[in-house]
Design a protein around this ligand. Structure first.
Ligand SMILES: [Zn+2]
Length: 269
């Protein structure tokens, strides 16, 4: 998307305040409820410069996705964010309303903000998702609206800043009110996942949002069975088959509490 269009949609800068926050990432154990929101300042077309300490990546990492749309991003982004406009749609028919913002790091090319927001709304609004149990309703709101959490599409280095905890540059995470989607996974999924990219994206959005809604990690309940969405599917399926939904057939599907914390695959990014 051209820079001008991005600015028209509003460019906002995120100020990080990760001290004291505890991450709930696939690569890390969930230790405790995280600290409050870390978004300190947002607004349209702020003139605050990006953090100076981040090295500039001269060569973006070309990545391809199934639709032959090239997604490119630096491994270390600027930390500047473009927040998408909100929507009047409310997913779900009953339960507590949770409002979320969507922000994309401005260095990411090949992901249209409006299209990305629509994909997120579709995933979070799917009746097989978190609204399927009648416990939650979900609505995407704009940058100036109050929100319960923010979904970030972040470069690997910004993922590490937003997530806190042990940096891995690989997984996605939830940290406080940050639901952080690593653009490297959005573009490439993971090796040998065994399902299309679109399904992996459904998984990563639903899994990290599940943390925000209070869910911890779960284990594969048996060989050949669907993986619970709260299983750490990015790092290994442990005999289960890919599944991105907590209500795949109208009934809640989960596994025993626990986590594997498998290592990050080597040679991948
Ligand atoms: Zn997790």
């Amino acid at each position: 998307m051209p820079k001008t269009a991005r600015r028209a949609a509003g460019v906002a800068l995120l100020a990080l305040a990760v001290a004291g926050a505890v991450a709930a990432c696939e690569g890390q154990p969930v230790a405790a409820p995280a600290a409050g929101p870390v978004v300190m300042a947002i607004g349209d077309a702020t003139s605050v410069p990006p953090p100076a300490e981040q090295p500039v990546q001269a060569q973006p990492q070309p990545q391809t996705q199934a639709q032959n749309v090239l997604i490119t991003f630096p491994l270390t982004g600027s930390g500047q964010w473009m927040f998408t406009p909100g929507s009047d749609q409310v997913a779900g028919t009953q339960g507590r309303l949770m409002r979320y913002r969507i922000a994309l790091e401005t260095d990411i090319d090949g992901v249209g903000p409006a299209e990305f927001a629509k994909v997120i709304r579709t995933i979070l609004g799917d009746p097989r998702g978190w609204t399927g149990g009648g416990e939650w309703r979900l609505q995407q709101v704009g940058p100036d609206d109050s929100a319960d959490f923010t979904i970030y599409l972040a470069t690997p280095a910004s993922r590490d800043k937003l997530c806190g905890g042990t940096p891995d540059g690989y997984t996605s995470c939830r940290n406080g009110s940050n639901v952080v989607l690593n653009v490297a996974r959005w573009a490439n999924a993971v090796p040998n996942y065994g399902a299309p990219l679109a399904l992996y994206r459904q998984y990563m959005v639903t899994h990290e949002t599940g943390h925000r809604l209070g869910h911890g990690h779960e284990l594969c309940p048996g060989a050949g069975k669907p993986a619970p969405v709260m299983e750490q599917q990015t790092l290994g399926l442990h005999g289960c088959v890919p599944n991105p939904w907590p209500y795949p057939n109208g009934r809640e599907y989960s596994g025993p509490s626990g986590e594997y914390n498998d290592p990050i695959p080597e040679g991948t990014s």
